[in-house]
Design a protein around this ligand. Sequence first.
Ligand code: ITT
Length: 196
Amino acid sequence: MKLWCATGNPGKLREFRLAGHVLQIEVEPLPDLKTIEPPEETGDTFEANAILKAEFYSQFASGPLFADDSGLAVDALGGAPGVLSARYANSGLAGHDADEANNQLVLKNLAAHGDRTARFVCVIALAEKGKVIRTFRGEVEGQLLHEPKGPGGFGYDPLFYYPPFGCTFGEAASERKFDVSHRGNALRQMLQYLTR
Ligand code: ITT
């Protein structure tokens, strides 16, 4: 089975490739993604944005394609940064620098709060020829540290302490993160659906 995927985020792409390997499905990034103007993520929910991306990019694919909308929801911040996770600090920066600015803003906004519970959420939408087929939602709960720890992962991973591991997702090997993560969980649900 071959599935196309569409993301401009290299951290997500690494995890999609790992999914292909671990779950034994063929996951192919949509070629020429960089030449396609991405759709504006106007949805208020992860579901809405995942559907919007999958429906849009599947028009350029020769078969089924999936896209993910994901982020960090912090309890004490009323679920922020949520769907704005990628651009929370509005830094105008890209990649690792943008991630760092976003992490610093979460730390600043959380400084006055005692409760540091947060969850990562990932909604994957599967679509074909511009029409959504189904969505899959995965979540994982953790605690936000007071400073980033670990060189691995991407985004908010270095802040996200996962108690069962005794370390952050930034310190965990990518296969271990995939076993328990929001994205791993959503991808496994999609595979179950496809092989039902
Ligand atoms: P695409 O839309 O092109 O896939 P994006 O980075 O813009 O890329 P999102 O709008 O879904 O994607 O934003 C996801 C953001 O949420 C991401 O940039 C990280 O800041 C954060 N995030 C999501 N999953 C994460 C994970 O597994 N570890 C750390 N941070 C994550």
